[in-house]
Structure formats: structure tokens, C-alpha cells
Design a protein around this ligand. Structure first.
Ligand SMILES: Cc1ncc(COP(=O)(O)O)c(C=O)c1O
Length: 405
């Protein structure tokens, strides 16, 4: 066993869910991650000791809450190499993408009317753009997939001077494919195309540096990176956020208001209307600290070893079809089907053995249609998973096959 895996064995103890559910094999981390003690305590601490509204009160409690909220913004900014004013708190990845789909029109040059997505997008990075295209009479084009990867030659053909924006997932939530977003951003820049990266499935597994990537916007969810639900991030380049109009208006986001009109606060507050999920933001800062303490490179190494182990073991299962581009091209997620057994039946029988996996279309209905399957079984790994978890899964799958013999 490599040293990194040994070190990670203790990580499970830091997640109370495993104490409350002895024997739980949790393999649905792409849906949401479990929460470490420090994050749960941060939430408890906020509501027990520090609860107050922010940016308004001149009393100590409110000042402390404001300070901690803004400190969280700094922690998250540092984590992705952004400036704090470029970090906007939303509800989740979905809200971040909706915000952009309703406001980005103002940044698009006249004459550009095409949106480029990929065939592997989550509904969250598809449906908002369908709606935007309908409102503005835009056309959507899709970078096709080939062997569970993007077809980069086709991408080169599709991205032209007509392209207004490119919105793509960093890592596929179905195949685990790591897309070469740097290559695609490079092609987009040549054509003056706005770039949006959906980092919902990458932020918790690999290093993301917005300056190096040179993307215009990047979105992710706190709950998939050990933070609480109900808190998400929209990163945007300062000069672009300054030009964008707010998505929601009301309290907290204004500079001046009269009965007739209003002017807006500076970024990022311009985009944070109403009372925010203050406790959630502070706990997300704690989650980011936790991630940094373990170290994103250690996480990558641990999960890489586990993914290889899982792929090898799954390949030994009879009548299995695996939808994966290969261990060097993917991370953390493996989708598969067992011949003539519906994915829901597989997941349901595994549940009898305390093994939690996901089955279905994974919010990628068009992709399932393209693959000509109703859905897949999906396992997704995290820092607290072990080789024993994979062994339990394999034994469980053998039991499933016995039931359907
Ligand atoms: C690639 C991808 N994008 C977007 C989302 C949506 O995330 P949320 O439901 O947190 O908004 C998910 C969720 O699974 C995802 O995997």
C-alpha cells in the first residue's frame, strides 16, 4: 500500500456520518460529499454563538459575522487563485449558471449568436442555455464525444467568429473524463469567445487556477467539496463582473435608492441580493481550509490509485460494460452497466448491503439517449474511500448477478 493511502485511512474518522452509519460504503460523492467534523462544528458554532445578519449591524455580533463571511470569500479566492471581489456567493452551480444565462447577453458582441456546449453537459449547463437561446434567438452547437472524450478536431471547427460563448464541464459527471479545457479556452480566445467552466466535478479533486486557465467565469457547488448544501460559487473576471447587470435586485446590493430608481453596489455585493446563507458561507470557508490541509495533490494521488484499483476490479466482472475513457484521462467517477440488469435494480440490491451508488441518467438525459441506454450505475470516489470499499462493491455486484441468474 502506498503511503498516501495509509495516511488517508484515518480520514474516514473525521466524518461523523460513518460513525452514525456503521459499515456504510458511500460511493455517491459526485452527487454530494460527506461533511467533516470541522464543517459541521462551524455551522453549529455560527448558530449557537455568532448568528447575526451581515454588512448592516454596527454591533459586535454583526461585525464578527461580517468579518467571517468576508474571510471565507478570501479563502475561496485564494483556493482558485482569484481576487476576493471576483467571488460571488450563490446557492449552487445551477444558480451560478442561471445568473450568467440571464445577464451575459450584455457582454456579447453584435453579430455573435452561437453557443457552444458539449454532448456531456449536466442539465444545469444545458437547460439555462436552451432558455437563453430561445429568448435571444441564438443557436446551440455541441462538441461531440468520441470514446467518452471530447472530439477536439470537431471543437476547432465549431468555435468560430460567430461563437458568443463556450460553456463546458471540466470533468464529466458520467464518465469522469477530464476535459482539456485549457485547449478549448485557447481556441475560444482566438475567436473572442466568452468562456465558462463548470467545475462542479473537478474543484474537489484537482487543482483549479483561474488565472492560469484564463477562463472568464467558473462555477461550482460547496456541497460537493465537503461544504454544506445551499452554497455555490460564481467566479468572474473583475472587468466582466463590473459590466454585468445584477441578476436579482433588492436589499444589500444597492448603492442608492429613491422611489423612482436605484444604483448598484460594487462587486461582489452587486450580485448578492437579500440575506445570504451566512452560516453556509462560513462553513464553506472551513471546508476549503480542510481541503487545503489535506492537499489537493494528495487527494489526486489517493483517488487515482483507488480509481485504477476499481477499474481493474470492475473489469473482472462478467458481462459488464464500462463507460470510461481510461485511468489516465479520468478521475473519481466510473459509470457501468451489467448486461440485462437495470441500473436501478443493481443500486437497490447494493443498498441491501449498505453500499450507496447512483443509478439513472445523472441529469444527462441527452447523453444517455446518444449512448442508447436508459441510464448507468455510477460510483464516485472521495478522500475517505478505501480499497475495502471497492472490494465490498465488487462482492455486492457478484450478489446482484446471483439474484438475476
Ligand atoms: C457537472 C455538474 N454540473 C452541475 C451540477 C449541478 O450542481 P448543483 O446541483 O449543486 O447545482 C452537477 C451536479 O451533480 C454536476 O455534476
Amino acid at each position: 500500500m502506498k503511503t498516501i493511502l495509509k495516511k488517508m485511512l484515518d480520514v474516514k474518522k473525521e466524518f461523523p456520518i460513518f460513525k452514525s452509519n456503521p459499515g456504510l460504503v458511500y460511493l455517491d460523492n459526485a452527487a454530494t460529499s460527506q461533511k467533516p467534523k470541522t464543517v459541521i462544528e462551524s455551522l453549529k458554532n455560527f448558530y449557537e454563538k455568532e448568528n447575526a445578519n451581515i454588512h448592516r449591524g454596527v454591533y459586535t455580533l454583526s461585525e464578527v459575522a461580517t468579518e467571517k463571511y468576508e474571510e471565507s470569500r478570501k479563502i475561496i479566492a485564494r483556493f482558485i487563485n482569484a481576487n476576493p471581489e471576483e467571488i460571488i456567493f450563490t446557492k449552487n452551480t445551477t444558480e451560478s449558471l442561471n445568473l450568467l444565462s440571464y445577464t451575459i447577453q450584455e457582454l456579447i458582441e453584435k453579430g455573435k449568436n452561437e453557443i457552444i456546449l458539449t454532448e456531456m453537459e449536466h442539465h444545469s449547463n444545458l437547460v439555462p442555455w436552451q432558455q437563453m437561446a430561445k429568448r435571444n434567438n441564438f443557436k446551440i452547437k455541441f462538441i461531440p464525444i468520441k470514446n467518452f472524450e471530447l472530439d477536439y478536431d470537431k471543437a476547432q471547427e465549431l468555435i468560430t467568429e460567430k461563437t458568443a460563448l463556450l460553456s463546458i464541464t471540466h470533468v464529466s459527471n458520467v464518465f469522469g473524463t477530464i476535459n482539456s479545457i485549457d485547449k478549448l479556452i485557447g481556441i475560444a480566445k482566438v475567436n473572442n469567445v466568452l468562456t465558462i467552466i463548470d467545475a462542479a466535478q473537478s474543484i474537489q479533486h484537482i487543482s483549479v487556477d483561474v488565472k492560469k486557465l484564463n477562463c472568464d467565469f467558473l462555477v461550482f457547488s460547496g456541497h460537493k467539496m465537503f461544504g454544506p448544501t445551499g452554497i455555490g460559487i460564481l467566479y468572474g473576471k473583475k472587468e466582466l463582473l463590473e459590466k454585468l447587470s445584477p441578476f436579482m435586485t433588492g436589499g444589500g446590493m444597492i448603492e442608492k435608492v429613491s422611489y423612482e430608481k436605484a444604483s448598484w453596489n460594487e462587486i461582489p455585493l452587486k450580485f448578492e441580493a437579500g440575506t445570504q446563507n451566512i452560516g453556509g458561507v462560513i462553513a464553506l470557508g472551513e471546508a476549503t481550509n480542510y481541503l487545503e490541509k489535506i492537499g489537493i495533490n494528495n487527494i489526486r494521488e489517493h483517488e487515482k490509485e483507488l480509481l485504477e484499483y476499481a477499474l481493474d476490479k470492475l473489469n473482472e466482472i462478467k458481462n459488464i460494460e464500462i463507460y470510461n475513457p481510461g485511468k489516465d484521462k479520468s478521475l473519481s467517477v466510473i459509470s457501468f452497466n451489467i448486461k440485462e440488469i437495470h441500473p436501478h435494480d443493481v443500486a437497490s440490491i447494493l443498498n441491501d448491503y449498505n453500499i450507496a451508488i447512483r443509478a439513472g441518467h445523472h441529469c444527462c438525459m441527452p447523453l444517455m439517449k446518444k449512448l442508447n441506454i436508459p441510464g448507468t450505475c455510477r460510483i464516485s470516489l472521495s478522500i475517505y474511500n478505501t480499497k475495502e470499499d471497492i472490494d465490498s462493491l465488487i462482492n455486492g455486484l457478484k450478489k446482484v448477478q446471483e439474484v438475476f441468474k
